[in-house]
Ligand binder design. Structure first.
Ligand SMILES: C[S@@+](CC[C@H](N)C(=O)[O-])C[C@H]1O[C@@H](n2cnc3c(N)ncnc32)[C@H](O)[C@@H]1O
Length: 239
């Protein structure tokens, strides 16, 4: 299961299109994240890191790491090693520059597909994914791969955008259909990327449905927490 919403054409693989889209917008990705979320995305990652602290992870894998903001935020937990993996070389290149500039020595970023991870079974204490699973071509496969590389008792932590309910949800939908695609197009130069974003959020399973998908691929103690009126959710599951 996953969603078939793709950035560009109806035909062709979602993975190829997602890779192309993130390569296209990589140079503006961090700026647009801060600008379009009014900086709130930083708070969501921080909240997730506070939750992760409970597990005292020593080896962390950040799947769909992009420009590595989430991976870098885990350093406050003093892990021994952090690896980020992504299918967009454009995004990884920006992340690698940050690692170099910050003089980080216990982190590396690998090119790779979440649905076919090149890591050994049971090799990470925590696997984290921020705003990545919505883009997977095959969600079940990605979630199973994440579980495979987790040590027994390890935690998968997934942040994803969700749809707020009530009046805030109505206002948020108006923003998503008007200003977000407009600013996204203006600043990223990619006409489709910021139309794909809200469309992919609307089509993506959330809440109980997403938790059921996690349980179906054998995660235990699956929980979720909604942040900022439900704009973002943090899902956790144990192996
Ligand atoms: C919205 S960005 C999130 C980046 C980062 N995690 C963050 O919090 O800013 C989504 C990322 O998922 C990556 N991605 C999508 N499908 C992937 C896959 N199958 N395997 C690895 N990375 C993938 C994209 O290339 C992109 O960098």
């Amino acid at each position: 299961m996953g969603t078939n919403v793709k950035p560009y054409e109806a035909d062709g693989s979602k993975k190829d299109q997602v890779q192309k889209m993130f390569d296209n917008i990589a140079h503006r990705y961090d700026f647009l994240n801060r600008f379009l979320s009014l900086g709130i995305d930083r708070g969501w990652r921080k909240k997730a890191i506070n939750m992760l602290a409970e597990y005292k992870p020593k080896r962390i894998l950040d799947v769909a790491t992009g420009t590595a903001d989430f991976a870098i935020a885990t350093l406050s937990l003093e892990p021994e090693e952090v690896i980020g993996v992504d299918i967009s070389e454009g995004m990884l290149e920006i992340g690698r520059q940050k690692i170099k500039e910050k003089g980080i020595t216990n982190m590396r970023l690998d090119f790779g597909d979440s649905e076919d991870l090149k890591y050994e079974d049971e090799s990470f204490d925590a696997v984290i994914v921020a705003f990545g699973v919505r883009n997977f071509e095959n969600l079940d496969k990605g979630l199973s791969e994440i579980r495979r590389v987790l040590k027994p008792g390890g935690v998968a932590m997934i942040l994803e955008l969700t749809q707020p309910k009530g009046l805030f949800g109505v206002l948020f939908n108006i923003y998503n259909r008007t200003l977000l695609p407009l600013f996204g197009k203006l600043f990223s130069g990619d006409n489709a990327a910021y139309t794909y974003l809200p469309a992919s959020v609307r089509a993506f399973p959330e809440g109980e449905v997403f938790k059921k998908i996690m349980r179906n691929v054998q995660y235990e103690k699956v929980e979720d927490r909604r942040l900022t009126f439900g704009v973002c959710s943090i899902y956790t599951g144990l192996k």
